[in-house]
Design a protein around this ligand. Sequence first.
Ligand SMILES: Cc1cc2nc3c(=O)[nH]c(=O)nc-3n(C[C@H](O)[C@H](O)[C@H](O)COP(=O)(O)OP(=O)(O)OC[C@H]3O[C@@H](n4cnc5c(N)ncnc54)[C@H](O)[C@@H]3O)c2cc1C
Length: 444
Amino acid sequence: MDERPYGLPFWIDRDRPDYPPLDRDVATDVAIVGAGIAGLKLARCLARYGLKVTILEAGKVGDGASGRNQGSINHGPGMDYSDAIARYARPTAQSLWQLGLENHRLIQEQIEEYAIDCDYQIDGYYSLARSDSPDAEAALAHYAQDYALLKEDGFAVSLLDAARAVEVGRSSLFLGGLCYLTDAQFHSGKYILGLARGVSSHQHVQLYGQSRVQQIVAQGNSAQVITAQGRVSARYVLLMLNALAPQFVPQLEPGLRAERGQVLVTEPLAERPCRGSFGTAMAWWREIIEPDGRYRLLFGGGRRREEPDSLFRQFDRDGRPHPKLEREGFSPSPAHQQRLDRELRTIFPALAGVRITHRWGGLQSFTADALPMIGEFDPDRSIHGMAGFSGRGNCFSDVGAAYLAGRVAGVVSEVERTFGHLFTQLLTVGRPSATWAAWETSNE
Ligand SMILES: Cc1cc2nc3c(=O)[nH]c(=O)nc-3n(C[C@H](O)[C@H](O)[C@H](O)COP(=O)(O)OP(=O)(O)OC[C@H]3O[C@@H](n4cnc5c(N)ncnc54)[C@H](O)[C@@H]3O)c2cc1C
């Protein structure tokens, strides 16, 4: 009998500390809105410059996408390398992939600095072509092309033939694939809680929980961040709300489409289901190690972008925050979970009878060009931010935080020195390539 509440993510099905709520007005150098990975990493970087940082989190650490994801650390963005070369030219694409490697290095640095015990393991990220997909041949051709280009440019990848794909994917469905050998995964809950513990121990950082920001208003050349219990006056506001960023800066909505992903986790299994992180058409999965040495399978996907129940509008027709956005965006839906069950049975028929202990949903934001927006969101209210990670928060949030913190502190960071051209050419806020054409949702 499963007594876990429907909708509770596996990662945060554990004790989480309560950070005290804001209970008075305070003044600070930088106010950060949102304590997901992006907000916490930014606080860490700013504190290192000696700036006083106040973080306001609406609920508990881990409530957002950072506690609801696959927990994979990819160094490539969500696009094929050959497509990136066609779009941006080869040296820029190469630099973009190196930026992801730098992000991974920074994650390793934090795990070490804060001694975060988060089951971090480098077992690779596998993209597999499946025989029941109409795009299988095209996918195989892309993998072969990407493999050759990535190899030439010095990245650690391997190309999988059908036999190897069947071996690692544990299903005769697979025809071949591409593996990024140095990609990794961790326990997203242990990671973000450890990160919050480490960041909040800095003398310049104050983290408040249960402190939902209601409004951000200009105040001279700074801003006031307003909660029900108090106000924070700050020279800069860093909006780290992921898919909810347009709630405070509505002009961001055309480039930040809020999309709901859904996930399930099995009971501990008799055998290890896989080794590493995987993606194929309509599904992605990985294993989770239990304290007793057994493994669970985390399985997600099943999202069809053309289906309106995966996409959410920020505002209703009267311009008010849409009631479905937060209420449904962070919940699983039975229809989508049934699609996940079907995919799970197709790829892992041997798991047909296993008990599913956790099912959840999570909002994230996607840009049309699959790259995040990092920089100034609203000059009138001194608001900067990052959003639109497009399923790659663990690929961009550390380098983004390092870059933004340097800009705010008036220092040229190491990330800016090496990769500044990417931030000014590809990752700018409101760039036309990030903007979506009109889209349909079920909450028009
Ligand atoms: C199903 C799924 C799978 C994913 N898989 C991966 C993956 O494998 N690898 C990867 O790299 N990325 C993945 N992602 C994306 C990744 O999780 C996100 O890009 C990343 O977590 C975003 O971090 P964030 O800090 O910007 O936002 P969040 O983690 O969403 O944090 C925002 C915080 O703001 C708080 N908040 C909201 N409103 C307010 C308010 N008004 N006032 C104060 N605080 C507020 C929220 O409670 C939340 O804690 C996945 C996402 C999903 C949903």
